[in-house]
Structure formats: C-alpha cells, structure tokens
Write a protein that binds this ligand. Structure first.
Ligand code: UT7
Length: 325
C-alpha cells in the first residue's frame, strides 16, 4: 500500500541586513545585555529596513528555498504564508509573494496563528497535498515584528526580530511507514481563554489602527512548557516514535529557557536541539523555518533524519509536526 506524503524538497531563509544588538538596545531603553541573555538567550535580532516589507522578506526566502530544492517556481501550485505582520490588511501577503515569484496559477493565502503560524501552515499545506488537491507547495513564515513593537516597552521590544523562512513540499507516494520521507504527523491546538495574555492592541475592526504587541510574559512562560510537551507527546504517540528516535528538535525560538525546559522534560538530548534564538530573537512564524535553514545549511539536518518541530504563541495556539527529512 502506498500513501501520499508531503516531502520536503528544500528550504531557504532570509534575514534583513541590519542587526540590532542588546548593547545597542541598552543605549535606548533601561535594559542590559546581561538581563536579556540571562532571561531569554537572545543576543541580537535583525530589523527590516525602511520600505522592506514582510512580502519582500518572504519572496527572498521563497527564492532561496526553490533554489535549494532545485525546482522551478512555475511548479508551485499552493502558497501558504504564515504571518501576523502582513503588508496590508488585505489582500493576503501570500498573493504579493505569488506575484513576485511570477506564479499566476494555483492558490495563495495567508494563515494567522502568531508564533505557531509555521506549524499551522505546514499542517494545512500537508493536508491539501495528501488530499491530492495540490501537488507542490511553498510554506512560508515571514514577519516584520519590529513594526508592531512598542519600543518604549522593555518587557517586549527586546524579544522580537524580523525574518523569513520557507520550505518546498512535494506530494509523493511513500510506503506508508514511519520510515517514509515527508510530514509524518501534525497536531494543532488553540485555547482562546488566553487571548489577552499575548495580543496586539489594534486592528481594522476594533480600533482602525495597527496597534502594538502587548504581553504578560510571565503568564505565557507559565503555560508554554506544558502545552509544548503535551502536543509533542501526541506526535510521539501518533507516529509510534520516542525522543530517542528524534535526530533534531527544531522548536519555535522564543526563549532559551522555555526550549531547554521542554527538551529536558521530553528527555531530548541537548545536542539534538537547534538553537537560533541568540542570533535571530523571536521572529514568530519565521523562527522555525529560519532555524531549519541554519541546520540544513551547516550540514546537521540530512536526508532521512527525523525532525521534530514545535511552536506555541498568541491565542494561545500551539502545535507540533514530525518530519522525516
Ligand atoms: O512566542 C511566544 C511568545 N512569548 C514568549 O514565549 C515569552 C514568554 N515569557 C518570557 O520569555 C519571560 O516572561 C520574559 C523574558 C518576557 C520576562 O522574563 P521574566 O523572568 O518573566 O521577567 P518579568 O517579566 O517577571 O520581569 C522581572 C523583572 C521586572 O522588574 P521588577 O518588577 O522585578 O523590578 C521587570 O520590570 O525584570 C524587569 N524587566 C527588565 N529588566 C531589564 C522586564 N524587561 C526587562 C528588560 N531589561 N528588557
């Protein structure tokens, strides 16, 4: 028996040129490199240039993923772009990306699940590919969080950065075993009771403004590890795998303490954890594909490896995905 799987053909990423270090931030607000590193593991973040939009970052990441995959843009018939910082309220940033890549067929849409956006987008594209509705997808996470930060709020502005990452998924027949290449299982959750713990205080329907990010950091922290580990246990059970089988853990990069605590609770060895939060900060939906880009480029993630993805963020939303590279 064969089944359709969404096989990763390639990945790519893009970071804006400008780097903002903790030391530079400390000259603008009452903070220090020591506080930020100790509480979060973040040392620097990238900031998009004036006139550089989410779609521009996404197009660069998508081009790099297409090149890495060795496929032509015209072979893509689905684009799912996860972002909470779209160029405009509408149309979807995904159609700007589609047009920028010269693709005028198939479908392109945005998906909004804040920091869990990439996992939600991967699961969405995977379901479309496995159903046979589309054959080849670009799944993109792209953000310009610097545009929705209150740069006077030291509790939030030190945490986030800009960037984009993308993967190319291809529907391929596989034997239907856990040794198959491709997305093996995805698990998505949300609970709106927590919606006011991490939100943006503006929007087209409520205030007619864009608004700024607001967060009760300690509340988010309190729930993060439990939610992350629950949904990873779901992935292990559904795929009959264990932490031992995992080659690489590529979590959402929000805070090194959350990542370390989650890996420890799941008995995932520290050397299997891909960490980029020090260099990128929290890039929300872009953080996982950016981290994948780093670990593939430096030769850690190789074909056949079992890669565990996980994210948690505003909503709350949270999710996991298990992918055989
Ligand atoms: O993608 C998912 C989204 N977000 C997250 O995962 C974030 C989850 N939360 C966290 O990572 C942490 O809660 C933070 C890193 C945001 C904050 O760490 P914390 O240990 O929870 O600190 P806190 O907010 O409880 O603040 C402790 C102290 C406070 O001072 P007092 O009241 O004890 O005098 C803050 O005013 O640290 C102060 N503080 C700062 N000090 C220097 C807050 N931000 C800063 C700062 N620099 N940037």
């Amino acid at each position: 028996m064969t089944v359709l799987r969404s096989v990763v053909l390639g990945c790519g990423s893009y970071l804006p040129e400008r780097i903002l270090t903790n030391a530079e931030l400390a000259t603008q607000i009452d903070t220090s490199d020591e506080w930020i590193v100790q509480r979060t593991g973040i040392r620097q973040r990238h900031i998009a240039a004036e006139g550089e939009f989410t779609s521009h970052l996404a197009i660069n990441a998508a081009r790099s993923a297409l090149t890495h995959a060795g496929v032509d843009a015209q072979s893509i018939d689905l684009i799912v772009l996860a972002t909470s910082t779209p160029d405009n309220t509408f149309p979807a940033t995904a159609v700007a990306v589609q047009n920028g890549l010269g693709i005028h067929h198939g479908a392109a849409f945005d998906l909004q699940a804040v920091c869990s956006g990439f996992v939600f987008a991967l699961a969405t594209a995977d379901n479309f590919l496995r159903s046979g509705a589309f054959k080849r997808a670009l799944v993109i996470g792209a953000e310009t969080f610097s545009r929705i930060l209150d740069w006077n709020d030291r509790g939030t502005c030190v945490l986030f950065g800009d960037g984009a990452g993308a993967v190319v998924l291809d529907a391929q027949a596989q034997p239907g075993k856990s040794s198959d290449r491709g997305v093996l299982t995805t698990h998505l959750r949300s609970d709106g009771r927590h919606k006011s713990k991490l939100y943006v205080d503006g929007g087209p329907s409520s205030t007619r403004t864009v608004g700024y990010l607001r967060m009760e950091g300690r509340e988010v922290f309190k729930h993060a590890v439990g939610m992350i580990t629950d949904v990873i246990v779901d992935a292990f059970e559904a795929s009959r795998t264990t932490a031992e089988d995992i080659n690489w853990f590529v979590p959402h990069q929000a805070n090194k303490r959350i990542i370390d605590a989650s890996a420890h609770k799941l008995h995932i060895a520290p050397q299997k954890v891909v960490l980029t939060v020090d260099r990128h900060g929290n890039t929300s939906a872009a953080s996982i594909p950016l981290a994948l880009g780093v670990a593939v480029a430096d030769g850690r993630i190789k074909q056949g490896d079992l890669v565990l993805l996980e994210a948690m963020g505003g909503g709350f939303t949270w999710g996991s995905a298990l992918v055989r590279w």
